[in-house]
Design a protein around this ligand. Structure first.
Ligand code: SAH
Length: 231
């Protein structure tokens, strides 16, 4: 018997109930009233306490963003749930995530999609995230260090490459490279707005002809997407 594990499972369930209630309460604003069963399963499965520094563990199952070092944060569980739901993932999807951070959102996506490609600009964070994902046996994830605003680089780079794209840092504008790498029929969620102010969480859909439709979902505050070229 492992008492600590039981407590964490229970804490995760209680948090999820709260998140489900919050999703319902904000439905008028977001257009999303419920979490689908696979998203609930993923959130109940991924141990958030293993994705925060030991000093933050007591707060791992509160509905708040937490510091993960290097001036970065793991997102609030409600926001993770909402962004994941908005992507409407299918088991066969290939997903690009920008901003690996702790790897928590990556793990949630890995439970729902065929493969997750995640980019992180801070090597220290990427290294720890890789270890955590491996320890959990999530082998359908590839993490690369670099500027995700330029999209997935190298041999795999191509237009219409990804079924879904999630950006977990706030961009001044929706990065063009990410729109190009999104497949027709694909969905992209991204917070857009100035650094350290209220930003606009957006859902963009690319139709079969490549036209983009965008809608505002919710005011949010994310750490900035740091674009290397703009520096
Ligand atoms: N999804 C993460 C949230 C991390 S916060 C989690 O669940 O923990 C956002 C992350 O985006 C930070 O780790 C930051 O370093 C990273 N980031 C910022 N700009 C970036 C860029 N241009 N390319 C890749 N990663 C970036």
């Amino acid at each position: 018997m492992n008492g600590a594990i039981d407590t964490e499972d229970e804490a995760r369930r209680v948090l999820l109930e709260r998140v489900v209630a919050e999703i319902w309460e904000t439905g008028m604003l977001t257009g999303c009233y419920e979490l689908s069963a696979p998203v609930v399963r993923a959130l109940v499965t991924v141990p958030r306490h293993l994705f925060v520094p030991p000093g933050q563990r007591p707060w791992a199952y509160t509905d708040t963003a937490l510091g993960i070092g290097c001036g970065q944060t793991i997102s609030q569980p409600f926001i993770v749930a909402l962004m994941t739901e908005l992507l409407a993932l299918r088991p066969e999807d290939e997903v690009l995530e920008i901003g690996t951070g702790s790897g928590y959102q990556t793990a949630v996506l890995a439970h729902l999609a065929r493969r997750v490609y995640s980019m992180e600009r801070i090597p220290e964070l990427a290294a720890v995230a890789v270890q955590r994902l491996q320890a959990l046996g999530l082998d359908n994830v590839e993490i690369r260090i670099g500027d995700g605003a330029q999209g997935w680089s190298g041999a795999g780079a191509a237009v219409d490459r990804f079924d879904r794209v999630m950006v977990t840092a706030a961009a001044a504008e929706v990065p063009e490279a990410l729109l190009r790498q999104l497949k027709p029929g694909g969905r992209l969620v991204v917070p857009v707005g100035p650094p350290h102010r209220t930003q606009d969480l957006r859902l963009l859909c690319k139709d079969a002809r490549g036209q983009i439709e965008s809608r505002s979902v919710l005011p949010v505050v994310f750490v900035p997407l740091v674009e290397e070229r703009a520096a």
